[in-house]
Design a protein around this ligand. Sequence first.
Ligand code: AKB
Length: 316
Amino acid sequence: MNTKILIIGACGQIGSELTLALRTIYGDSNVIASDIREGNDELMNSGPFEILDVTDKIALESIIRKYQIEEVYLMAAMLSATAEKFPEKAWQLNMNSLLSILDFAKDGLIKKIFWPSSIAVFGPTTPRENTPQQTVTEPTTVYGISKLAGERWCEYYFNNYDVDVRSIRYPGLISWKTNPGGGTTDYAVDIYHQAIQKGSYECFLSEGTILPMMYMDDAIKATIGIMQADKANIKERSSYNLAAISFAPEEVTAAIKKHIPEFTISYDPDFRQKIADSWPQSIDDAKARSDWGWKHEFDLASMTKAMLTNLKATIG
Ligand code: AKB
């Protein structure tokens, strides 16, 4: 497969693992990584890399032309907690980057786009359990508003210009290779690091805060899966609900305790609690499963085992 692919935001939590996975499938030289700063050695040494500020449309176009890019994965974004601190910057980054890429596709410069949405498109008025694909979307965060607007733009460009844009609403993503930055669900990554390094964790969300989550391996599988699916099978052109597991901090604590019995958790909720309280607890992703065959593999126990084993080998 000689498809030329550009990953924007390749050094972030999803981008770094996605880049390596795509390089294995499509060949190292066909997958161009780009980010505003350099990434880890594995990413930098495995294929082409370009420094790119995605809000610079001219620089973006010149990279697309230089490598004759056909598919773009636009992973650069400001996540929920950071976006509340920098609303204007978040809006500019999250929206302008998407509109530039959609325009390039409309003009025939690229053929296919992956753009990540999030459970943040939902808000306090959304049904919180088994949240349907089509439901009330009244987000109360800047991040959520930008993702909802992005979804509407994706569908608009598909309906009016036949732009082949594909998207999934990621839940909280849990990974060990790269730290996340600025998300509300990120406690569920940090807790594993602290369990190994300190044996205790102070959680910024309160006990009982159930949120939808997913292990990174499953998220990468979904991302590549939706991009490789036949065009006719992608029937949602805004974004697909995607689910794997849901848990509260005390449940991930119990799972960690099976491996580290002395591990303890304490709670000191901050502004992120309000964000978490506005999001669903579980997601109905039946459409993704029936339209393009999505299926998750990792549950809380198997994810915990994988996280602790890999983190012990790297940081422990
Ligand atoms: C966040 O917490 O902001 C993200 C998300 C759910 O999109 N992980």
